[in-house]
Ligand binder design. Structure first.
Ligand SMILES: Cc1cc2nc3c(=O)[nH]c(=O)nc-3n(C[C@H](O)[C@H](O)[C@H](O)COP(=O)(O)OP(=O)(O)OC[C@H]3O[C@@H](n4cnc5c(N)ncnc54)[C@H](O)[C@@H]3O)c2cc1C
Length: 616
């Protein structure tokens, strides 16, 4: 470790201290690397702490990782890559047991075995949990390991951008570190490293009604995108069927896993009675349940024309308090509803981004030295729809792999090819303009696009540090508009037009609104002149990232003329495997986004997954 006031040096830098970042840091440390976590929040305040329901792992007799892989591929609507899915399902049991050995307090059966419960889209009750606070315990368990191993944690450091060489071909670029704003002191510092792992979590703040925290602003995704890494399958956003209507706070799928029932205003158990999911009912996959709820509301059978009811009273107080106590508090605190006495109001809300930074099974991107893991990444295990309980195993499985690989362990050659060089031979005719001229009129100082001209690692970081300093000074010193109105307009457009039900005209309106936000952002300024704890400055920079992320989501959604998983299109209500069995990739391309496609890998180790009609 080398430190001076403006430059820190480590072998591996992990950006983010949530589940993926902590697991990556532990792995890199185990491999003997000098590793540091750089994070805008203290690790245990990361959004992983909000995860309620559990971790999918084939642990029990009668279960099999192969069945978990099949369920995951089916859940993905055949857009997941088999090498990634099989790695996830085969490794999840050992990673879950590792957590148990580190002291994670999993819920247990009377006979002492770790409890597992059913979750949507699973053929076996394989969701392992710690009450309804699984994520909280997962974070604390891994943070203890980080402290024990002496990993350096720079908390309240906001990473603004990556330090990457400037080569016309992203496949030839190298990442040498990143630049962070020290929130406590107001100083900008460079971090030089051989490997940088982005583990910055989700981007739910691109939407208005979301289960995500205010810190989930897609920073890492936007940084990697601008550095030349394609954003994979951005159009696939998960809307969770059970969020509280007034706040978007999540009511875990664990409620339905334990036997909770959904009713419409006519008292019908509509998932069965109206034929949406004749076999699995409430435990159908999330995209199916969310569409069913909104159909009920739009056809006049919603409660108060807005939501449906989730009833768990029949489970009895003892079971509810034992397994779902946290849910009682959330319903009471945010909706004033006593879940022991009355049903809870629920409606779909943005929850998870299946798309993300394109990586291979070892967490590597096409830019040398740059890795990604967790929700910001797309490896891809979730394809077009994530199964509940499959994100937490993704954090620990692929967080660990990224950490090991970045620290030099040989994990074998990846089967998934990345970068513009992996482009599929089959071209798609797009009837949508995908080149919005993103940088027209942009002021480079305020947006900090492009890579560094130097090639020497230290000079690359120093160049980027200088650019980010200028950027901050410009934002603090000039007069202009506040970011808040821009962010709010962006969220409104995304929530109205890029939601569960999508149609071409609405998506085009969203794209126009996003371009308008981008244009207005060129005149953005920070009103608060203070150097320390300047949240106005941070939120302004985050808003820029949200604009970039929202644009990729909308471009991907406009281009994909089919209905697959969480992406439903009014004009195209069928899955089109002949044309669309492929991953969307969006490249920054100097601010003029380019859309291309890569092949989905359905060939697994022992079998090829044949796309079938997906019913529950
Ligand atoms: C309410 C809720 C409940 C869920 N329940 C479940 C569940 O039961 N089971 C399941 O499998 N999945 C669940 N999920 C999904 C899952 O919890 C998340 O996908 C996962 O926790 C994300 O982890 P992460 O490590 O990728 O990101 P996070 O935990 O969000 O961590 C991101 C980290 O990055 C840091 N960061 C971000 N930007 C910057 C920046 N610019 N500079 C420095 N640091 C930065 C943050 O400080 C933070 O430490 C749930 C999601 C939500 C919202």
């Amino acid at each position: 470790m080398t430190n001076n006031a403006t430059m820190h040096e480590h072998d591996v830098i992990v950006v983010g201290g949530g589940g993926a970042g902590l697991r990556a840091a532990i792995a890199a440390e185990e491999e003997g690397a000098d590793v540091a976590i750089v994070t805008k929040l203290h690790p245990v305040r990361s959004h992983t702490g909000a995860a309620e329901g559990g971790i999918n792992a084939a642990l029990r007799d009668g279960d099999d990782p192969k069945d978990h892989a099949y369920d995951t591929m089916k859940g993905s609507d055949y857009l997941g890559d088999a090498p990634a899915i099989e790695t996830l399902c085969e490794t999840s049991p050992e990673e879950t047991i590792q957590l148990e050995h580190w002291g994670m307090p999993f819920s247990r059966e009377e006979d002492g075995r770790v409890s597992q419960r059913p979750f949507g889209g699973l053929s076996f009750p394989r969701t392992t949990y710690a009450g309804a606070e699984t994520g909280h315990h997962l974070l604390h368990t891994m943070y203890e390991q980080v402290v024990k191993r002496g990993v350096t944690v720079y908390d309240e450091f906001y990473v603004m951008d990556l330090a990457v060489t400037d080569h016309p071909d992203p496949d030839e670029r190298e990442c040498h570190g990143c630049i962070a704003y020290n929130i406590k002191s107001g100083d900008l510092v460079g971090f030089k490293a051989d490997g940088v792992i982005l583990a910055t979590g989700g981007d739910g703040q691109a939407f208005d009604h979301t289960t995500n925290a205010v810190a989930n602003t897609g920073d890492g995704l936007a940084m990697a995108y601008r550095a030349g890494v394609p954003v994979e399958d951005p159009e696939f956003v998960q809307f969770h069927p059970t969020t509280l209507p007034s706040t978007g706070v999540l009511i875990s799928e664990g409620v339905r896993g334990e036997g909770g029932i959904l009713y419409n205003s006519e008292g019908e158990r509509f998932l069965f009675e109206r034929g949406y999911a004749n076999n699995d009912g409430e435990l159908a996959s999330r995209d199916v349940v969310a569409r069913a709820e909104l159909t009920e509301v739009s056809e006049g059978r919603g409660v108060n024309d807005e939501y449906v009811d989730l009833d768990m009273r029949h489970l009895g107080e003892e079971r509810i308090v034992d397994r779902l106590e946290n849910i009682l508090h959330l319903a009471e605190d945010f909706e004033g509803v006593d879940g022991l006495e009355e049903p809870m109001p629920v409606k779909p809300g943005q929850h998870y981004h299946m798309g993300g930074i394109e990586t291979d099974e070892n967490g590597e991107t096409c830019v040398s030295g740059l890795y990604a893991a967790g929700e910001c990444a797309c490896v891809s295990v979730h394809g077009s729809n994530r199964l509940g309980g499959n994100a937490l195993p993704e954090l620990i499985v692929f967080g660990a792999r990224a950490g090991y690989d970045a620290a030099g362990r040989d994990l074998g050659e990846a089967r998934i090819d990345t970068g513009p060089g992996a482009r599929s031979e089959t071209e798609t005719d797009l009837d949508t303009p995908v080149s919005p001229g993103a940088l027209d009129g942009a002021e480079p100082d305020a947006v900090a696009d492009g890579g560094a001209l130097a090639t020497n690692a230290e000079a690359v970081v120093e160049d980027e540090l200088r650019r980010q300093r200028e950027r901050v000074e410009t934002l603090l010193e000039r007069d202009g508009i506040n970011h808040a109105e821009i962010r709010s307009d962006l969220q409104d457009a995304m929530t109205e037009f890029v939601n569960v039900f999508r149609e071409k005209e609405g998506l085009q309106q969203a794209l126009e609104a996003i371009r308008d936000c981008r244009e207005r952002y060129q005149n953005v300024a920070v009103a608060d002149p203070s150097r320390t704890f300047n949240t106005d400055l941070l939120h302004t920079i985050e808003t820029r990232n949200l604009i970039d992320v929202a644009e990729t989501i909308t471009l991907g959604a406009l281009a994909r003329d089919e209905f697959r998983g969480a992406h439903w299109r009014k004009e195209h209500q069928e899955r089109k495997d002949d044309e669309w069995l492929k991953h969307t990739m969006i490249s920054w391309n100097g601010g003029d986004p380019e859309v291309f496609y890569t092949d989905v890998i359905l060939e697994g180790e022992e079998k090829t997954y044949e796309p079938k009609i997906r019913s529950y």
